[in-house]
Design a protein around this ligand. Structure first.
Ligand SMILES: [Zn+2]
Length: 259
């Protein structure tokens, strides 16, 4: 039985039997790994509190090779990211990021750049950056890292340029990018966004992290969120629980405080 050690973030989990817990980690060396933490729900568990969602730590596990589930031996907290639980907006956006990684990555498919992106994004939310901005930047880079970058240079259906008309553009996440006005009219169901939102999408993919957090995006940020949420939903095959949670939170708050 191999013993493995890697940096990891808790991205999900559920109770198992009387006192165990199945935990989903996104790890630096192995990508997504699911493991059983024995007796994790007992009062005096050696994991006491370490297996909370979003916690970054050092994971040590036994891999028997026979089952998809590994055995979690230790998880030593490096950063608990407790600030994420300070308000519902932070929690909702961070949950959307963790859930997206949990649903759209394959087990044992290493992706160190994606691990770095998730850690950076969680640290930013924990540190008080705008959670909505972090989620947009994370989302744009995450779908790119998965190999599903939306095309924005031409119509993905007919290949023609000139996708901007009257300062607006149509995006078809099923087709994989922008569509021209005539194709948008023919297929229907596209997202209509400002041309500035397409520019913003290009910038959030490539700008330096510190710069992108300070970019004045205005209403483009909300439209970007709509595009990315639709795209992730399409890739996952269904809507995320975190996105539903965020919609409920926004409805219950005055507009100025909506996450
Ligand atoms: Zn077209």
């Amino acid at each position: 039985m191999a013993v493995e050690r890697t940096a990891a973030v808790v991205i999900g989990g559920f109770p198992l039997g009387e006192s165990d817990r199945v935990v989903t980690f996104f790890t630096r060396r192995f990508g997504k790994v699911r493991g059983v933490a024995k007796a994790a729900r007992r009062m005096r568990s050696k994991f006491s509190g370490a297996l909370e969602l979003f916690t970054l730590g050092e994971l040590v596990f036994f891999d028997g090779g026979r089952s998809e589930l590994v055995q979690v031996d230790h998880f030593d907290i490096e950063r608990p990211f407790g600030g994420i639980r300070a308000d519902l907006g932070r929690l909702g956006h961070a949950a959307w990021m963790a859930e997206s990684v949990a649903r759209l990555t394959a087990e044992r498919d290493p992706h160190p750049a994606m691990f770095a992106l998730l850690s950076l994004a969680l640290a930013a939310v924990d540190g008080g950056a705008s959670p909505s901005r972090v989620a947009v930047v994370f989302g744009a880079r995450f779908v790119d890292a998965l190999g599903h970058r939306l095309r924005t240079d031409a119509c993905v259906l007919c290949g023609r340029g000139g996708v901007i008309a009257g300062g607006r553009a149509a995006v078809d996440v099923d087709a994989g990018g922008t569509v021209c006005p005539s194709c948008a009219g023919a297929v229907g169901g596209t997202l209509s966004v400002a041309a500035a939102t397409i520019d913003a999408l290009r910038r959030v993919r490539t700008a330096r992290w510190g710069d992108v957090m300070a970019l004045p995006l205005g209403t483009a940020e909300r439209e970007l969120r709509a595009i990315l949420e639709a795209h992730v939903t399409r890739l996952a095959g269904q809507g995320s629980r975190a996105a539903r949670f965020l919609r409920e939170v926004s409805r219950s708050l005055p507009v100025s405080e909506a996450p």
